[in-house]
Design a binder for this molecule. Structure first.
Ligand code: SF4
Length: 353
């Protein structure tokens, strides 16, 4: 059942240009083992023409958040609370028929694996043309011309011939480009890209990222870019949201967060990432332990079972009190600003060189 309930939760800054405002989003699944709290009080904004990067381990809630924005959750087993305001329209309460019109038209998604989005039974051209006809009322001929135009834009060679190919006749990189063409064919205002280059080799990955940036400039779309790769995010995003256990634990401009991270989880992510040209004397430091169960999340700060800095917080606050995420540039952690700065300079920064 999809429901709307106003509840207290994290606040995020609201910008005058916010195209998408998510407020106190809570997504729960009913399973045989109990209720899974996949997203637990999440708020963020995305502005037109800007890219919000969302990072976090598997199970952090980043993909569920975006499937919920698109209304692609199963309404029979999922409860959604909070607000997803797209230009002021609350998608949580929008009927499915209207959401269908928005999907592909105003909001589109690029998936990690193009084979999940492209049907093997239809030509690539038809799959690009059909949403265009559906949303714009264009004729078959106009839609085919548009498909060829889109294939040209995403760099498919000989688009006039390849438009009649089936997905299996395309290479992996070309299929990804075709899916981008399909997502952008109606000039969506919001594009959600979920690990769009993970399955590709590094050269093709760089080409696809460049393509997305060029297309964003041309179409002025807002992009939500989900990844676990902080290298990719530094290149793509304007703002960054770090998610853990269905919550935002750190937020800010991408350069600020990556240069001066303030949350122990973000420190862990950065310390466990290999760096090109980094010092070989500094070993990678994986985050100890494993991500928490969303069926039975830890009390207090959800990161406390894995956090090596919780002893620096007085009492048992880390295990009993949920740290709030403040406004603007913020990290949800009980450490004081001085403690965070000292730990970062003494312990974390040397690992990142
Ligand atoms: Fe670690 Fe405590 Fe900060 Fe959570 S609140 S990240 S457990 S120091």
């Amino acid at each position: 059942m999809t429901t709307l309930t106003k509840t207290e939760g994290e606040k995020a800054p609201t910008g005058p240009d916010s195209f998408l405002s998510v407020r106190d989003l809570r997504v729960r699944f009913s399973t045989e083992d109990g209720i899974v709290k996949a997203v637990d009080g999440l708020s963020f904004d995305v502005e037109r023409g800007k890219t919000l990067g969302i990072v976090g381990e598997s199970g952090s809630g980043k993909s569920v958040t975006n499937l919920t924005v698109l209304g692609l959750h199963n309404p029979k087993t999922t409860t959604v609370e909070g607000e997803i305001l797209l230009e002021g329209q609350d998608l949580v309460t929008t009927p499915e028929k209207e959401l269908e019109k928005l999907r592909g038209n105003k909001v589109a998604m690029i998936f990690q694996d193009p084979l999940t989005a492209l049907s093997p039974y239809y030509t690539v051209g038809r799959q690009i043309a059909e949403p265009y006809m559906k949303h714009t009322g264009a004729s078959k001929k106009e839609a085919r011309d548009r498909a060829i135009e889109m294939l040209t834009k995403v760099g498919i060679p000989q688009p006039k011939t390849r438009v009649d190919d089936y997905p299996h006749q395309f290479s992996g990189g070309m299929r990804q480009r075709a899916m981008i063409a399909m997502a952008l064919v109606c000039d969506p205002d919001l594009l959600i890209a979920d690990e769009p280059t993970t399955a590709l080799d590094v050269t093709v990955q760089a080409q696809i990222l460049d393509l997305l940036k060029d297309l964003q400039q041309e179409f002025g779309s807002a992009i939500i870019f989900i990844t676990h790769d902080l290298g990719v995010i530094s290149d793509m995003a304007d703002d960054l949201l770090v998610m853990y256990s269905g919550r935002a634990v750190e937020r800010g401009g991408v350069r600020e967060v990556l240069r001066e991270p303030r949350h122990p989880y973000t420190w862990g992510l950065l310390s466990s990432m290999p760096r090109l040209g980094g010092s070989t004397s500094q070993p990678l430091m994986p985050i100890p332990g494993s991500p928490p169960s969303l069926l039975n999340p830890p009390s207090g700060c959800p990161f406390h079972p894995r956090c090596t800095f919780k002893d620096q917080v007085s009492g048992d606050r880390c295990s009993t009190e949920r740290p709030p995420l403040g406004e603007g540039r913020a990290a949800a952690c009980h450490l004081t600003a001085e403690q965070k700065q000292t730990i970062f300079i003494d312990k974390i920064q040397p690992r990142l060189r």
